[in-house]
Design a protein around this ligand. Structure first.
Ligand code: NAD
Length: 390
């Protein structure tokens, strides 16, 4: 018989640790899962900070050794919210220990890593989820429902941007170190790649340019460190369906805070969404009457995705609710109460997104169009570290 609670072991208590813990608390208030969640153990690096965050986020205990969280017999789900260099090692250890795993994006530092994660997940038979949380914004969920229902006709264009400005003043940290992060803006903003796949389908080929505008940064100790990833990229490409792809992502766009936008133009209509206008979808649907131009839809009606859990019409939701919606489906799947929602990105989606990330990087490096299926790297991080120890 299953224990009454689902115990969660969380690795990482930074930005994402706070967002996921917040969601797990909130879910119990709005849509209680079949088996309630218990925040069992939090793993971090620094003892004082981890202890403080465990108390603040409501964890029963804490550790500075993630292996303890993974080995804990009571833990059923490991939430891997650590920097990218811990995604494969922690997730694979957790799956091998029989845990279900939720891992932040990008799934791996390269497609070789994410492929190994996918294989471990499939072998384990456990629930595996890659946290492409924007799929769970109600307006985005409505967008994907409309596209799938054919309401804009066959998609012919997908264009997206993810622009921020923190890159100009950030100190050197893991985000700027290829060994720890894999890629820079390409993988960091893998959300737009996932959204392209989610809304339009598989991407067949890409061409791209990348740039590193600040090649050296001081770390917290004031030492100059070389930046080994890109600050920004632009890419174009083609989907297997023949639709065209256009992406632009940057950490260096002054004034842009979290300017994530996408637009899908179909044969008969268009859908557009912006993260900073979270609750609104701009639509022009096939059956809209003349004059045919965008309508603003405030996605807060009870019949809209996830809205039946929340407030009266017009009482808007926020970014943090994407994690609440994502966790709801994961917990029901772990409890055996329902299959994992089709909307949920799995490790397969994480791997496929990482193939596109790698293809963009290679296209920019080689100055040529690259087929996504050719993006399995010859040298994965596993190979590199083996060479390192040889
Ligand atoms: N889904 C999203 O919207 C989104 C947004 C931001 C970041 N992310 C992803 O989430 C992950 C974490 O990003 P973040 O912004 O929260 O990073 P962060 O730097 O704010 O936090 C990282 C956490 O990992 C912990 N950590 C580092 N090494 C550890 C170790 N050896 N053992 C245990 N804990 C360790 C740190 O103590 C810290 O708590 C990254 O993969 C990132 O790409 C996703």
């Amino acid at each position: 018989m299953s224990p009454p609670h689902i115990d969660i072991g969380m690795v990482g208590h930074g930005f994402m640790g706070r967002a996921h813990a917040h969601a797990l608390h909130t879910l119990g208030h709005v849509a209680p899962p079949s088996r309630p969640v218990r925040l069992a153990v939090l793993a971090g690096r620094d003892p004082a900070r981890t202890e403080r965050m465990a108390r603040q986020l409501g964890f029963e205990r804490w550790t500075t050794d993630w292996r303890e969280a993974v080995a804990d017999e009571r833990v059923e789900i490991v939430a891997n919210l650590a920097p990218n260099d811990l995604h494969a090692v922690v997730s694979i250890a957790a799956l091998e220990a029989g845990k279900h795993v939720v891992c932040e994006k990008p799934l791996g530092r390269d497609p070789g890593e994410s492929r190994r994660m996918l294989e471990a997940a499939v072998t384990s038979g456990r629930v595996h989820a890659c946290s492409f949380n924007y799929r769970f914004a109600p307006a985005v969920a409505l967008a994907s429902d409309l596209v799938r229902a054919g309401r804009i006709g066959r998609p012919v264009h997908f264009r997206a941007q993810y622009l921020q400005d923190w890159g100009w003043r950030a100190p050197f940290g893991w985000h700027f170190d290829a060994e720890r992060t894999g890629t820079g803006a390409i993988g960091d903003y893998a959300h737009v790649i996932d959204m392209a796949r989610h809304l339009v389908g598989e991407i067949e080929e890409v061409a791209a340019h990348v740039a590193t505008f600040v090649p050296e940064r001081a770390d917290d100790a004031g030492r100059a460190r070389e930046v080994t990833v890109e600050d920004a990229y632009v890419a174009s490409g083609r989907f297997a369906t023949g639709a065209l792809l256009n992406l632009e992502c940057s950490r260096m766009a002054h004034g842009r805070k979290a300017h994530q936008t996408f637009e899908v133009n179909g044969e008969e209509g268009t859908i557009r969404w912006e993260l900073e206008d979270f609750n609104r979808l701009r639509v022009l649907l096939a059956d809209d009457a003349e004059p045919r131009s965008f309508r603003d839809v405030l996605v807060t009606e009870p019949q809209h995705p996830f809205l039946r859990w929340w407030w009266p019409t017009g009482h808007v939701l926020g970014w943090e609710h994407t994690f609440v919606h994502q966790w709801a489906g994961i917990l029901e799947a772990v409890a055996g109460a329902a299959p994992l929602p089709a909307r949920q990105a799995t490790f397969e989606d994480g791997w496929r997104a990482d193939l596109v990330v790698a293809a963009i990087g290679r296209a920019a490096r080689d100055r040529r169009t690259v087929a996504v299926t050719d993006a399995e790297p010859q040298r994965t991080h596993e190979h590199r570290s083996r060479e390192h120890h040889a």
